[in-house]
Design a protein around this ligand. Structure first.
Ligand SMILES: NC(=O)c1ccc[n+]([C@@H]2O[C@H](COP(=O)([O-])OP(=O)(O)OC[C@H]3O[C@@H](n4cnc5c(N)ncnc54)[C@H](O)[C@@H]3O)[C@@H](O)[C@H]2O)c1
Length: 311
């Protein structure tokens, strides 16, 4: 019988790619989403598949479905979205984790949490290994997301220790690709949209802060492998691309690949913006035999091709 898989946040950017991949792998997929930042257009091509089921559901409320695996992705991921209603953001992470872990416990499902590199905050260790505990402001404007995700990790490990729930915690680093929201303020989508519209490209700070960028297909492969690890390995595992770029380099690459005449303009840095972020992926290489395969030029070109169809 086909594996039954629940994907929360399945109508979002990452969730829609994950649903697509799982269907291609022959799974029965239930996508649960409240459409806070997700969009039906992301999953429209999947709706004709008889193994795909869409449920409008908010993970802050309990859910009862019989499944073998749960991927918990429900949570707005960009500052623009998660700061609109910060209390709801924390509730989604924390109550959502409790509800999905409760479900996993009841039906004995394996559950994977889409955690984030934001649990490292503004890191004082570089690159960041999983053993680093982070440097997070608990009362700032990003805290609803960062601390919500940290608390969700705590809940995952306590459900594991206390009730034996079979957990996986993936710490996802900056990911980009087709179906990102065009207006969510994330750096890759911002730059591409600005370049395609011929507008100024806004760089926060001096542009020397660095980020690493992972193409969505690499992330999905990492998550699927992590879910499939047979041994009891709860993680956390970093899933990201360790190639590091300054924000200025990224902007210049986007201008080159789009052939845009846009100019770079500087704006002040937002509060608590991390100066640098880069994953140590030694553990993923060792345990999952995984590493990113899509280089930034190829990934950006595919993303630009997507944005050309919607901008
Ligand atoms: N994209 C990245 O670079 C990145 C990096 C680290 C972690 N993550 C994590 O991956 C997950 C997916 O991120 P994304 O980039 O696809 O973001 P997204 O905003 O596109 O997707 C999030 C999805 O969750 C849904 N959602 C939000 N609150 C919900 C709730 N209470 N109940 C049910 N559904 C709800 C949204 O409608 C949306 O479909 C998030 O948990 C995010 O924290 C993403």
């Amino acid at each position: 019988m086909a594996k039954q898989v629940l994907v929360t946040g399945g109508a979002g950017f990452l969730g829609s790619h994950l649903c697509e991949r799982l269907l291609n792998d022959g799974c029965e997929v239930i996508c649960a989403d409240n459409f806070y930042t997700g969009d039906k257009s992301n999953i429209l091509p999947l709706m004709d598949n008889h193994r795909f089921e869409l449920m409008r559901h908010d993970v802050t409320f309990p859910l009862y479905v019989e499944v073998d695996e749960i991927y918990n992705l429900a949570c707005p991921a960009s500052p623009v979205h998660y700061q609109i209603d910060p209390v709801q953001t924390t509730k989604t992470s924390v109550h959502g984790a409790i509800n999905m872990l409760g479900l996993a416990k009841r039906v004995r499902a394996r559950i994977l949490q889409a955690s984030t590199s934001e649990v490292y905050g503004d890191p004082s260790v570089h690159p960041q290994p999983e053993s680093y505990w982070g440097n997070v402001n608990p009362i700032g404007i990003r805290s609803c997301y960062d601390e919500g995700k940290r608390c969700a990790e705590t809940l995952f490990f306590d459900y594991h220790r206390q009730y034996g729930v079979d957990i996986r915690v993936a710490r996802i680093f900056n990911t980009y690709g087709p179906r990102m929201h065009p207006n969510d303020g994330r750096v890759v989508s911002n730059f591409i949209v600005q370049a395609l519209r011929g507008e100024d490209i806004t760089i926060y700070g001096d542009g020397r802060q660095t980020r690493s960028f992972q193409y969505v297909d690499d992330l999905i492969e990492g998550m699927v492998r992590m879910m499939a690890t047979p041994a009891d390995f709860p993680g956390p595992i970093n899933i990201g691309n360790p190639e590091e770029y300054t924000i200025k380099q990224l902007a210049e690459l986007v201008i080159e690949l789009t052939g845009s005449a846009s100019k770079l303009v500087a704006r002040p840095l937002p509060q608590d913006d991390p100066r640098q972020r880069r994953p140590d992926i030694g553990l993923a290489r060792q345990v999952l035999k995984w590493e990113p395969t899509v280089n930034v030029r190829v990934g950006l070109q595919r993303t630009i091709d997507y944005f050309r169809t919607i901008v």
